[in-house]
Design a protein around this ligand. Structure first.
Ligand code: SF4
Ligand code: SF4
Length: 209
């Protein structure tokens, strides 16, 4: 029947309107900005760069590989790779982004940069109060503005960040085990070579008479 949908919709509205006087759960509007509804885990807005440790630049996970820059559909990421390497927070020498800008007036929050990053270096922020008076420079987020500690990532996406930490810890443990196994194999090979050299008679060895 024509209009059934409208009647059903109005019934839902009326039920919630009356119910809101008795049940706080039915109060679906809040007095923003004084009151805020917690954002869901997978809410996302614009990208941020994650760093580990205390130093926001030395601890950046980004190694300036530029994969995200190439894959970003509207091409709103701009990276300049460093000429030198610096130790990351684990002491491993890495390239780093000398410049890392994201034009958030162009970014469409698609999260492709996050999906393609092999280093868990770029993640999506939940910050949405970003209105600015200026159209250009003020909407260009620089590396320093984009850098956020891993603790912040845990605060905004706790489930996802815990899974990322576990993956990174597993990868580090696997790399460590591989390094140890290679060192043990090299030590064994060196010992075997030394033993073989010791048991081979040389021309200077005294001959049995
Ligand atoms: S979220 Fe999408 S549009 Fe925005 S920087 Fe990442 S890849 Fe580009
Ligand atoms: S954010 Fe990730 S994909 Fe982008 S340059 Fe840095 S390491 Fe590479």
């Amino acid at each position: 029947m024509i209009g059934t949908g409208i009647l059903k919709g109005m019934a839902v509205t009326a039920r919630n309107f009356v119910g809101s006087y008795f049940d706080k759960e039915r109060l679906i509007t809040v007095q923003y900005p004084e009151e805020r509804i917690p954002l869901p885990e997978n809410y996302r807005n614009f990208p941020i760069l994650i760093y580990d440790g205390e130093d926001s630049q030395a601890g950046l996970r980004c190694v300036a590989c530029k994969i995200c820059e190439k894959e970003c559909p509207p091409q709103c990421i701009y990276i300049v790779k460093s000429d030198d390497k610096k130790p990351d927070y684990m002491g491993k020498p890495q390239f780093y982004p000398k410049v890392f800008d994201i034009d958030i007036s162009v970014c469409m929050s698609c999260q492709i940069c996050v999906e393609v990053c092999p280093f868990e270096a770029i993640k999506m922020d939940k910050e949405f109060e970003l209105s600015k008076r200026e159209r250009f420079n003020h909407l260009l987020s620089r590396k320093e503005d984009l850098s956020k500690p891993n603790e912040y990532y845990h605060k905004i996406h706790p489930v996802e960040a815990a899974a990322v930490d576990k993956n990174l810890a597993d990868a580090a443990a696997a790399a460590e085990a591989k390094k140890r196994a290679a060192a043990e194999a090299a030590a064994k090979a060196a010992a075997a070579k030394a033993a073989a050299a010791a048991s081979t008679p040389t021309s200077e060895s005294p001959s049995a008479s």
